[in-house]
Design a protein around this ligand. Sequence first.
Ligand code: NAD
Length: 463
Amino acid sequence: MALPDRKIAVIGLGYVGLPLAALCARRGYPVVGLDSSERVVASLGAGKCHIRDAAVEKMVADALETGNLAATSDAARIADCNVFLVCVPTPVDADNDPDLGPLEGACRTIGPHLKSGDLIVIESTVFPGTCEQVVAPLLREFSGLEPGADFHLAHCPERINPGDPFWHSGNIPRVLGALPGAGIDIAAEFYASILGGDILDVREVKQSLRPKFRETAEGLHISQVPLGSVTKMRSIRDAEAVKAMENTVRDVNIAFVNELAKISDVLELDVVDIIDGMATKPFGKGPFYPGAGVGGHCIAVDPEWLKAASKRAGYFPEMIQLARTINNGMPEYTVSVLQDLLNERGYPIKGTRIAILGTAYKRNVDDLRESPFFKLRDILDKKGAEISVFDSWVTSQNTVGSVDECIQEAKAIVIVTEHSDLIEQLSRIELSNSGVEVIVDGRNCLEGEEILKQDIAYRGIGR
Ligand SMILES: NC(=O)c1ccc[n+]([C@@H]2O[C@H](COP(=O)([O-])OP(=O)(O)OC[C@H]3O[C@@H](n4cnc5c(N)ncnc54)[C@H](O)[C@@H]3O)[C@@H](O)[C@H]2O)c1
């Protein structure tokens, strides 16, 4: 249901902005759609939808019928709006550098009309940092107001999938970030009013949905997040990064299946049949999380077999090689994170006791094959660390008999395997009195903020 006294300006009426403007109008908001293209405005003025998409055409027709939606290229018409949704293009130039022109243009247009308490949301896709480094300064300059204090600046990247008969602007779950202040809640309330779904916190997604993915539905390409929900991210940069990274994950995966096509050509296989066969596996397709390394007899080995076969047949698969190189390098990366944290606390690796928790290649198994533990331990050993090791599932590499013993006199803990019982045992120890000053969470399984509160330096992998 529409919130009272809100008038919406949608800047840019293309694939993203037009259905959004129509959605807002259908929810009862008065909407001014501002587009720099006379063609777009004239077409909408004549009651026509310039986008060829049956679902969008219907939405726009319904919205125009409400009388709530007006299109214009006259910027003065947005003067009495108090919610500004920016949906302008964010292309790359001839050198593949981000072209900020349309976004900067939209900020210059909106700035003079901003008033205290207004909400401005960037829906266009931008790289992490754009809202703080490009949008906020321009809005400050052209409005004379302070972003985050006088008006609210949020980012809610659109995820529409043109041509998709099921997912549309009205039901796709969104993520939202805002400048510090009340903006996140004000923006979330607005999106809930047009999408009709729940407002979630990204911490709830982690705690309540991630275990479901892991233990019961890992890899099913079904979002467990309710339709039309809005998930609040911890910062505006996080929201920007969600969009940039989710599309990059897709691009990298598409590049990889293109590589599989090349492998299939040299091995005389039908890649489409193979992808359809692969699609029958109900788990293991994501979400994926980074960590201290990839082990086991399958993931760390099978790509090498495929690479060898393809290479012999005449095609060297670069992405497989790159993936192996990156994954094989994670123990080194984990040690470099440890070294940084120990440095901060004034300890050298040489002669410092480091507790390694977990040796198995993955949680809740007793299998050591290809485990990143070995590489990590060898690197620390070469650097002269005093190492103690404990795993609750596989004991052959243990130097001690319990988690308590393992961390005795240790300055740092490195988690290599997040066995449930091992993490449970660790959680029962009062770390603030243990002498441990550094934790490197190689499986991103601990609550980092809780650890930091105990004056222990904490880092995960990528967090
Ligand atoms: N198209 C998609 O499937 C899709 C999906 C998700 C996100 N996005 C992102 O959404 C943004 C918009 O993409 P799109 O596909 O809707 O673009 P589009 O080109 O279809 O539409 C953009 C509209 O903005 C207008 N415009 C440009 N500069 C303007 C300005 N300064 N003031 C007013 N109007 C202006 C253009 O005339 C055009 O009608 C981009 O950042 C894109 O990456 C697109």
